[in-house]
Design a protein around this ligand. Sequence first.
Ligand SMILES: [Fe+2]
Length: 390
Amino acid sequence: MENNHNFWLPKTNLIGIGAIKDLSSELLAWKLSKVLIVTDKNIISLGYVEIVEKILKSLFIFYDIFDGVLHPNPTVSFVEDGLACCDNSLLDIKKDYDLIISIGGGSNHDCAKAIATVATNGGSITDYEGWNKVTKPPIPQIAINTTAGSGAEITMSAVITDESRKVKMAISSPMMTPLLSVNDPLFMATMSQEVTASSGIDVVSHAIEAYVSIEASPISDALALGALELVFDYLPRAYDNGNDMEAREQMMFANIMAGMAFNTAGLGYVHALAHQIGGFYNVTHGNVNAVLLPHVLEFNAPSIPDERISRICEAIHVKATSKARGIELIAKGIMDLRSHLDIPSSLKEIGMESGDVEELSRNALKDLTSLSNPRKGTLQDIMDIYKSAF
Ligand SMILES: [Fe+2]
């Protein structure tokens, strides 16, 4: 069967405690003149933007700051506000930034990817929804990560909410891959317990969805299983004590590995269904995934080979004597982790309304991430998954 396992990643990835110090020498070689920083007010207040500003000043690089990512789940209007920064209305000219630096979690990286894309390709970000619609290279992007969860700093995808349709659009194009990523646990130590939990559990959903995807390969398998093991070993520690730098560092590795895995193998119904809930109610992505995961796993079970269930069990340190028992133990492992992290256990608690199930289900079937799910569902199947998680 024809299938591709192409792999796109940032050309350079600065990884590890103190890795930010290498940014200066990387930037020096690029001969930059004008940079746009895309971030949010919280990241500025934590002092991370100031660290990057000092580096830019030392290299005599001019910069502007766009801090208009006002909440997680960035919207089309945030992207348009960012694009307005690229125009100098007084002189009626484009500012011609030669680099965008996103600082923050997945929302900031995604918003920056969208701004960088529309700045050079024109139109609206809604024109690029789906797979590989971007035709011109976006403004080059550096993504400096402050969470361990989304993988957005290394992936070719962005998720942007179209408020008019209440849909979270998955936009995926190799050209949207940042040129350079920075994953420095020193930038992650101030993550709140809530963000540690919701971003960390997102890594579980990335790893499991990539591992059971129809596009999985030995490359994505190794990364997904490795990531899964790290999350189960270290996420509770990072959650219990945010200053546990070993746990922060291992969660950083887990995030990168799972991001690499799904960037080549794709995702599945957990994300396809979660995107719709996020678009409707603007709720936390990782938490919705955590609720949906056991239910989607149960639906997918007939299409997941026995051996894959055993390998997931090994990664999360449980022993199963049969496939059915393996599914049960994986679901229990996810639910136990979820309760350790104080994440809600039902979609109702998260804020979903039962009257919206049919519309959400129709949209979920159109979501790009549904294409790589191992079992194809009907509209009724999707509605049943939502109902079972309600
Ligand atoms: Fe995710």
